[in-house]
Ligand binder design. Structure first.
Ligand code: AMP
Length: 114
C-alpha cells in the first residue's frame, strides 16, 4: 500500500492531472473541482504537508511558489487580478496534506474570505 499523498501521485505521474506548468521545484495543475474559471494548484515537489511545516530553509522554495503562481496567472490571462490561497489545517478546509497554493481568477471574490 502506498503512503503517498494524492499530489505526490500526480507528481510521480501515477494518477492523471491537467498539468499547466512544471519545473525542478514545483508542479501546477488544474483543480478537479474548480471554484473559479481559473483554479490551479501549485505544489512543491518536496513533500511538505502544510505551510506551518516550512522552516527558514524553505524560504527560497516558498518564494518560488509565489512567483510561479503569479507567472501562471499571467500566462492564463489573469495577471492583473487573481487570488492565491493556502489552507493550513483541516479546520480551515485543508483536505490534501501536501502543501499547495490555490491560484484563482476570472470572477469576483469577496473579502473577507469565507
Ligand atoms: P485543500 O482543500 O486546500 O487541501 O485543496 C485540495 C484541492 O485539491 C481541492 O480544491 C480539490 O478540489 C483538489 N483536488 C482533489 N483531488 C484532485 C485531483 N485528483 N486533481 C486535481 N485537484 C484535485
Amino acid at each position: 500500500m502506498s503512503d503517498k499523498t494524492l499530489f505526490e501521485k500526480i507528481i510521480a505521474r501515477e494518477i492523471p492531472a491537467d498539468i499547466v506548468f512544471e519545473d525542478d521545484q514545483c508542479i501546477a495543475f488544474r483543480d478537479i473541482n474548480p471554484q473559479a474559471p481559473m483554479h490551479i494548484l501549485v505544489c512543491p515537489k518536496k513533500p511538505m504537508p502544510m505551510l506551518s511545516d516550512a522552516t527558514p530553509a524553505d524560504n527560497a522554495l516558498l518564494g518560488h511558489l509565489l512567483v510561479t503562481s503569479a507567472t501562471i496567472a499571467a500566462s492564463q490571462g489573469y495577471g492583473d487580478a487573481f487570488r492565491v490561497a493556502i489552507n493550513n489545517g483541516a479546520a480551515v478546509g485543508q483536505s490534501v496534506f501536501h502543501l499547495h497554493l490555490h491560484v484563482l481568477g476570472g470572477r469576483r471574490f469577496s473579502w473577507p474570505p469565507g
